[in-house]
Design a protein. Structure first.
Lengths: 89, 330, 506
């Protein structure tokens, strides 16, 4: 199965987001590189607004991800509740 | 070993990049200068466009305006991406607070019905005109020459889109999704909107970037913004108890106040360059502002009724004064 | 007062639709062909622009808000970097060669891409597509500017940065990316999208920004890391736009597939050649390295590119035509590039050097099948010559590839000992190519590529007539300061002296 990934800048703001992604995607593998954290997952990865909100204790708009996003891979589907990355094959 | 680098005093080898030293002398350049001057490819262009082999990839001859140095058309606001974005981010915070104030206090529901109807009727179809303005400024950025002018046009294009989106939100707040449909139908079919729509569509087939600049940013905006946002919304509607509407259009009023300084500066510099430029600008402004005035008359009448003609004449007179100050008497 | 009935809150997708694509209308005073004159001539058939899927649904207010936050962070770091002599935190000043190359060769491309996106942001026939392209146009202006701003302070202290504007238009190696962006901009709107939006952004920019910028962090260059990652956060939007655009074209009409495939073939190879510059930056110019070009290629080229093409297979799209040649070249290209740059370093506005022994060790561990066998002996030979006081300089005129504009420095895909050189006769003239990929690109559009401005022949024409000194003046390259070996350069001396001031009391 093809790998999807999302990479975020390594900083205080992204720490809880990365934890939330790990919670929602037990199959994901977190790679820590200089100044950057890259999260790989087979076929599919979901970033859920609700899980992030639980981690940070405040309301979170998924579009805030833009600020610390470095790169991603896969087809993107975004609505109010979640951002999903997936490959069809 | 921790190093306190601040304590090291070292002499710079040079103050700025060569092309800026050449223009402004060897002194530290501003970020506006660094991000604007001479960053567009200037020579040894490789291929002719397949979409129009009669022009070059960057071509000064696609407009009738002639400039010795296109970078002379600078932006008095000195906007580069960062200053532009920070300015608009602050303004959007205010706009957001205004929208939320109107919404949470139920001010939209408290508007008298006739005022609400007028606001919807005048303002919401203008989102399509703002979209047209976005198209024209994207065009000028894409095909115009020299970054001082073209980057400002891209900022302007995105502002036009932002305004179209604020007008849409106004429609959703004072009415609902149907208010947007009604407005679009009016834009497409209501006789009162057709001269303006025709104006915008005629601009969509103009391919001289500077004429487009005049038609949209100088002539149409120069009449539309003061007429609609100052005269109709801020004066007329507010006096009649519709200041909630003025809160929703504050962005547009502030925006016009700011951006007219830029359009005036471009006009003034281009006109001062040569008599032939001045003559071309005069011809364009005369033709387009005349058309813009007659296209706006039926729109103004929605709000001002019989006083629309007089209100428009005042704006035309003020516009003439403004053009004259920029060096183009009409 | 009556109880206020709360309005039904619109979801992100519905709201975005009303706030963007609903802004457009069918023109009636002019035909669509008049309003959008360039959308048909490339042969791409679009039946319904409404089928376009918006990638990220940013309205302008959100765009301003989030981008402003990125900008605040970026300039805070740049200001601190300038005020605190952050350049003295670098592992070594030889690293700056990578930045010089970046500013001369890549940043102007960012600007050009912005110009191109402003054009297609007007020329496409659907509002959703137009808005996404316009945002990218705006972002690209940002990237050009943040890069210039990040490097502005380096320019005050080090050579090689000062004349990037002249070098963009006149330098032989910048002609490679310049011709790439000129090629894309002179194409129609759909091909432009495949060139920049898909091939460059989706397939290739990860290779440029992600491992290289991680490398910048490793080498103490916070200014570059910041612009790199900050720019890349926009790229995430751009890549998604590129992918959505290609899916849109493929879904609209099966007749589009062969056209799109030909563009993918062309632009993959065009982009791969440009990125050759990056391979040398990664393998040779970073004093401390995070990963090799080969490792980065495995992650972002093989794995990620592979996933992408597997995904697109359902539309009948196959892997780009010269993909296998690329794979074969990956273990060779950075060495071939750096050897070429070294032997022509009198004509580069950055320094090169013979890799010191620890670097050679690293290269041999990362390229176990190629480095010791083919490239270490060449470096050793060059080292011997330099030691004898007669460093090798190649003053001969290199043949340039008519398509990618690189000197013909590569080897046959299946024989690393054979120089790869192709020739085509076209209308009585002979044209040279570095590879099958570049030859095929030429053969598909010879009338375009015969127009290419080739920098080497220009050196021998009026007004330069082969005068190297006059050429250096013309390119604003200062002989003895900007060019040549790093060892013994003014940059090296200054950096060491300034670091000395910072670390000692004398």
């Amino acid at each position: 199965m093809s790998t999807v990934f999302i990479a975020l800048q390594a900083n205080e703001e992204t720490r809880p987001i990365i934890e939330a992604i790990q919670l929602d995607n037990p199959q994901a593998v977190v790679e820590r590189q200089p100044a950057m954290v890259k999260i790989n997952a087979p076929g599919r990865l979901i970033v859920r607004k609700a899980t992030i909100e639980e981690q940070i204790g405040r309301a979170y708009d998924l579009q805030e991800l833009q600020i610390n996003l470095i790169t991603l891979s896969g087809n993107v589907d975004e609505d109010d509740e979640a951002l999903t990355l997936h490959w069809n094959a | 070993m921790p190093i306190d680098l601040r304590m090291v005093t070292i002499e710079p080898q040079r103050q700025t990049f060569d092309h800026l030293a050449h223009r402004f002398g060897d002194k530290p350049a501003s970020r506006y200068q660094e991000g604007s001057y001479d960053i567009q490819a200037a020579e040894n262009l490789h291929y002719l466009p397949t979409w129009d082999p009669d022009q070059k990839l960057y071509d000064t001859s696609i407009t009738r305006i002639v400039m010795e140095d296109w970078y002379a058309l600078k932006d008095p606001r000195q906007f580069y991406y960062s200053t532009y974005t920070l300015t608009r981010a602050r303004q959007q915070e205010t706009a957001e607070a205004n929208f939320s104030f109107v919404e949470t206090r139920g001010l939209a529901d408290m508007l008298p019905d006739d005022l609400r109807a007028t606001a919807l009727r005048v303002l919401v179809p203008l989102r399509h005109a703002a979209w047209g303005a976005n198209q024209h400024n994207s065009f000028i950025c894409g095909y115009g020459y020299g970054v001082t002018l073209t980057q400002a046009c891209m900022y302007h294009a995105m502002d036009n889109l932002g305004i179209a989106q604020y007008l849409s939100r106004l429609g959703l707040l004072l009415g609902d999704a149907e208010a947007l449909d009604t407005a679009k139908d009016a834009w497409l079919h209501d006789a009162a909107w057709q001269p303006l729509r025709r104006y915008v569509e005629d601009c969509l087939v103009l391919r001289d970037p500077m004429e487009l600049f005049v038609a949209q940013n100088v002539a149409l905006d120069g009449l539309l913004y003061p007429l609609v946002y100052e005269r109709i919304v801020d004066n007329d509607l507010s006096v009649r108890g519709g200041s909630a509407v003025a809160m929703l259009t504050q962005f547009m009023s502030d925006w016009f106040d700011e951006t007219r300084k830029w359009t005036d500066a471009v006009l003034k510099t281009a006109a001062a360059e040569s008599e032939s430029n001045r003559a071309v600008l005069q011809e364009w402004i005369r033709a387009w502002s005349g058309r813009a005035a007659s296209a706006l008359l039926p729109v103004a009448a929605f709000a001002l009724g019989a006083q629309a003609g007089e209100a428009l004449e005042e704006q035309v007179a003020a516009f003439k004064l403004r053009a004259e100050k920029a060096g183009v008497a009409i | 007062m009556e109880t206020k009935v709360a309005k039904k809150k619109l979801g992100l997708k519905d709201r975005y639709k009303l706030l963007t694509r609903d802004l457009g209308w069918e023109p009636s005073y002019h035909t669509k062909d008049e309003v959008f004159p360039y959308v048909k001539y490339e042969g791409i058939k679009i039946h319904d622009w409404e089928k376009w899927e918006d990638p990220f649904r940013l309205t302008m207010d959100a765009y301003w808000k989030y981008q402003a936050e990125k900008e605040r962070k970026f300039y805070a770091i740049i200001d601190a970097h300038t005020q605190n002599n952050g350049h003295l935190n670098l592992t070594d000043a030889r690293y700056l060669s990578a930045l010089k190359l970046f500013l001369q060769a890549i940043s102007p491309g960012e600007y050009a891409a912005g110009k191109g996106f402003a054009r297609v942001g007007r020329e496409f026939g659907g509002v959703g597509t137009q808005v996404a392209c316009q945002m990218q146009a705006l972002d690209e202006i940002r990237h050009a500017q943040t890069q210039i701003h990040a490097m502005s302070n380096y320019n005050r202290y080090y050579n090689g940065f000062h004349s990037f504007a002249d070098q963009r238009d006149r330098m032989w190696y910048t002609s490679v990316p310049r011709s790439f962006f000129d090629d894309a901009m002179s194409a129609g709107p759909f091909e432009f999208m495949i060139a920049i939006g898909f091939s460059f952004e989706y397939v290739l920019t990860n290779l440029l920004f992600v491992p290289f910028m991680s490398g910048a962090a490793y080498n103490g260059d916070m200014a570059t890391v910041t612009f790199g990652f900050s720019a890349q956060s926009d790229e995430a939007r751009h890549m998604t736009l590129g992918l959505e655009c290609i899916k849109f074209m493929l879904e609209q009409d099966p007749a589009n597939t062969p056209i799109v495939q030909a563009w993918i073939d062309k632009w993959f190879w065009r982009g791969f050649r440009v990125l050759g510059l990056v391979s040398a930056m990664m393998d040779y110019m970073l004093p401390k390295r995070v990963m090799s070009w080969r490792e980065a290629w495995n992650i972002y080229g093989v794995e990620n590119g592979g996933a992408l093409f597997t995904d697109l297979a359902r539309y009948g799209i196959r892997i780009p035509k010269h993909w296998d040649d690329a794979e074969k070249a990956v273990d060779h290209m950075s060495h071939q590039f750096m050897l070429a740059l070294y032997q022509w370093n009198f004509g580069t506005c950055f320094h090169t050097w013979i890799p010191p022994e620890p670097d050679m060790e690293w290269l041999s561990s990362k390229y176990p099948n190629t480095f010791d066998k083919y490239y270490r002996p060449r470096w050793e030979h060059l080292k011997k010559l330099a030691k004898e006081g007669k460093p090798f300089k190649n003053f001969g005129l290199a043949k340039l590839c008519q398509t990618c504009q690189l000197p013909i420095i590569f080897t046959e895909p299946d024989d690393p000992t054979m120089s790869c050189h192709r020739e085509v006769d076209y209308k009585g003239n002979k044209y040279h190519f570095c590879s099958d990929g570049c030859q095929h690109i030429f053969e598909n559009e010879p009338e375009k590529y015969v127009q290419a401005w080739l920098p080497m022949p220009a050196l021998f024409q009026e007004p330069l007539k082969g005068d190297l000194g006059a050429w250096m003046n013309w390119t604003s390259l200062i002989d003895g300061k900007d060019n040549g070996d790093y060892v013994g350069s003014q940059d090296e001396r200054n950096f060491q002296q300034w670091r000395g001031l910072a670390t000692t009391n004398t």
